[in-house]
Write a protein that binds this ligand. Structure first.
Ligand code: FES
Length: 347
């Protein structure tokens, strides 16, 4: 599948991007990861998992997007165009968003079609390098957010990208943190007291669910799943903030790997979570959140992942069940040789 655009009004860069589907982007991301600073390696991959291109394309092709959202049990906001400035607040490179967004918006119209044969990763690296040099930024901190800006253009269009304010949304304290400080904080574990090494079941761990907010963390017991631990956090009216959060900061519904509500990205400490068990592995693929399962992936179901150390996570703004739907769409497209057959979620 490739992105459907209005070729009369689309900018040259949008036309170029529309020829890049899921596989081209996956290849570009693999290449780019080598140039992305450690602080944003997981974060960038998590962002791309939160805003999957095939799901965006399915909505573009749907005759009734509202009906499709109902069929895929989408809750929350899955549309990137509604959160152009905020979707990447958890990425370190968000600090450079104003400059990166301006550069990509400018390139959209000035893009030279004769460069269309160049690889996507090279185009992204070129822009990241230019922004880094012009502003004296460390290039490795700009590559991830530049890839995000390209994908945001592909999914939102130039007008929406231009109309977004291009704001950096961090407070001054968090904006000043160095990448090394953030990596050190992620690596820290809770002290368990003088005889902590003797403790087993009564160890306590911190789960940070928003690194850009000092109050966004909760304590939980060793060997407890993250969603269960979050339910004791009464520090805010979570339901008012997000109706998907009936108790605590983690959105939950079934607590048994059946609904997909509790998916989270793991920015730091993935190795301190329990291995993915058979049910979590099967369900997370069926939901569509990730395709291949390693023992310690960076996308988890919080109601299944047990904690054996402090972790830093990020909560996506939406959830749904779309894995099987997208697989069916892909095989239908292959069978119909790109004739654009209409698909339904029930297949
Ligand atoms: S709460 Fe339903 S899958 Fe975790």
């Amino acid at each position: 599948m490739t992105t459907k655009i209005d070729i009369i009004t689309a900018s040259p860069l949008e036309t170029y991007l529309s020829q890049h589907g899921e596989e081209a982007w996956a290849a570009a991301l693999t290449t780019l990861l080598r140039s992305i600073h450690d602080v944003d390696k997981n974060a960038t991959q998590i962002w791309f998992a939160f805003f999957p291109l095939p799901l965006f394309e399915a909505f573009q092709q749907a005759s009734d997007p509202d009906e499709l959202a109902r069929q895929l049990l989408i809750k929350g906001d899955h549309q990137l165009k509604n959160q152009i400035d905020s979707s990447h607040k958890f990425i370190y490179g968000h600090r450079y968003w104003p400059q990166v967004k301006s550069a990509v918006a400018a390139l959209a119209t000035s893009f030279d079609p004769s460069a269309a044969g160049e690889k996507l990763a090279d185009q992204i690296l070129k822009v990241a390098g230019e922004v880094a040099r012009a502003n004296k930024f460390d290039e490795s901190l700009v590559v991830g957010i530049t890839a995000i800006a390209f994908m945001t253009l592909q999914q939102s269009g130039l007008e929406a990208l231009k109309n977004a304010k291009g704001e950096m949304l961090l407070d001054s304290k968090h904006a000043k943190q160095s990448p090394e400080q953030i990596l050190r904080d992620r690596a820290k574990d809770n002290s368990q007291g003088l005889f902590g090494f003797l403790k087993t079941v009564d160890k306590k761990w911190t789960v940070t669910h928003d690194e850009t907010d000092d109050k966004a963390s909760y304590q939980m017991n060793n060997d407890q799943d993250m969603a269960w631990g979050a339910s004791d956090d009464r520090t805010r009216n979570w339901r008012e903030i997000d109706p998907r959060r009936p108790e605590g900061p983690i959105p939950v519904e079934c607590r048994s790997a059946s609904c997909g509500t509790c998916w989270v990205g793991v920015l730091g400490g993935a190795e301190k979570l329990s291995d993915v068990a058979v049910r979590e592995g099967k369900q997370i693929k069926d939901f569509g959140y990730i395709d291949t399962i390693e023992p310690k992936p960076i996308i988890r179901l919080a109601c299944q992942a047990k904690t054996y150390g402090a972790v830093s996570i990020v909560i996506p703004p939406w959830n749904g069940v779309f894995g099987k739907f997208l697989k069916t769409a892909k095989s239908q497209e292959a069978n119909s040789n790109g004739e654009g057959e209409e698909i339904t979620a029930s297949q």
